[in-house]
Ligand binder design. Structure first.
Ligand SMILES: C[C@](O)(CO)[C@H](O)COP(=O)(O)OP(=O)(O)OC[C@H]1O[C@@H](n2ccc(N)nc2=O)[C@H](O)[C@@H]1O
Ligand SMILES: Nc1ncnc2c1ncn2[C@@H]1O[C@H](COP(=O)(O)OP(=O)(O)OP(=O)(O)O)[C@@H](O)[C@H]1O
Length: 288
């Protein structure tokens, strides 16, 4: 990381609600979801290589180098832009994988925005988001960096202004496969569409939660534990669950009581991703 020219965050997200409206012919699901960012995430470092190679210097156990979303994002951008430069990339992984908080998608989006800058491509966010969609349904959200109501398969984004409470996120020690949950016959796929206005007035749920709770005792236990303090809900297709608090102290107090078998973290919900805050500061010449 000490050789990096540019160090940028890759924040987590929460799905504050997630409704499944139907299934498309290609197997993907039509959904409605409300996304907010957390001020907690991975960190990535980047340096330009003149030889065109893309090298990620940090290994993630179980993920081959060429299958890592960071490498796949970099190679796609290189291919589509025709750029002859390469990159050395370092990763500090802090987010649990397969947790429904978007770690891989966020790493991919940070890579696209970082290399667009270092390779001086001048691509619009729109074009980068379009490229990102091929890597994962949540990548466009992280490229855009604004809390949003999402429709379609998650790519039609409408920015929203939400309260920014503190969350306690509990990470049960299991990995939930998104594909497995979406292919479960018991998943309900017929929630009627709602308007963003009615949603912001309160309500919503996570349609994937009953299926995950049934399959994973660890997720069930985490929900039961957190529900003793505040209403608890699952994010994405799990495994992480969260509850909100009006201030950091209240969230910390509950976090201190977490059993050792149930790690968690406290973070604030943010309407502008910390990646975009950092890029704006850089554009203004602030070295914060
Ligand atoms: C459900 C969410 O977590 C909400 O934030 C995301 O949309 C999932 O995003 P992701 O993990 O990046 O998922 P992808 O890598 O795009 O898709 C993984 C698998 O989930 C299923 N999938 C995903 C998104 C979607 N709208 N419908 C689906 O059916 C598909 O089987 C797909 O093969
Ligand atoms: N840079 C990366 N970080 C994390 N996972 C990666 C990465 N690259 C590839 N993967 C693969 O993607 C899978 C899903 O990882 P991720 O952490 O994005 O899941 P998630 O939090 O459930 O995402 P989502 O909320 O988008 O469903 C991992 O199990 C891993 O095999």
């Amino acid at each position: 990381m000490q050789h990096a020219q540019l160090i940028l965050p890759a924040p987590a997200k929460l799905n504050l609600m997630l409704h499944i409206l139907g299934r498309r012919a290609d197997g993907y699901h039509e959904l409605q979801t409300l996304f907010q960012f957390l001020d907690h995430g991975d960190e990535l470092g980047f340096a330009v290589r003149e030889d065109g190679e893309i090298r990620l210097h940090t290994e993630i156990p179980g993920v081959p180098h060429d299958g890592n979303l960071i490498v796949r994002a970099a190679r796609q951008l290189q291919r589509q832009s025709g750029c002859r430069l390469g990159a050395d990339i370092w990763l500090e992984k802090r987010l649990p994988m397969g947790g429904g908080i978007g770690g891989g998608s966020s790493d991919a989006a940070t890579t696209l925005l970082a290399l667009d800058r270092l390779w001086q491509l001048g691509w619009s966010e729109e074009r980068l988001a379009e490229l990102g969609l091929a890597l994962g349904a949540d990548v466009p959200l992280f490229v855009r960096g604004r809390a949003a109501f999402a429709e379609g398969v998650g790519e039609r984004l409408q920015p929203v202004e939400l309260e920014e409470p503190w969350f306690l996120v509990v990470a049960p020690q299991v990995t939930v496969s998104t594909a497995e949950i979406f292919s479960d016959p018991e998943l309900t796929r017929n929630t009627p569409a709602i308007t963003v206005r009615s949603l912001l007035a309160g309500g919503g749920r996570n349609d994937c939660q009953p299926v995950v709770e049934k399959r994973y005792a660890e997720v069930r236990n985490a929900l039961n534990w957190l529900n003793k303090f505040v209403p608890a809900r699952m994010t994405g297709t799990g495994a992480c669950v969260f509850g909100s608090f009006p201030n950091r102290d209240d969230a910390d107090k509950v976090a201190r009581q977490l059993p050792v078998t149930m790690p968690g973290f406290v973070a604030q919900g943010r309407n502008v991703s910390m990646l975009h805050r950092r890029l704006e500061a850089l554009a203004q010449g602030v070295n914060a």
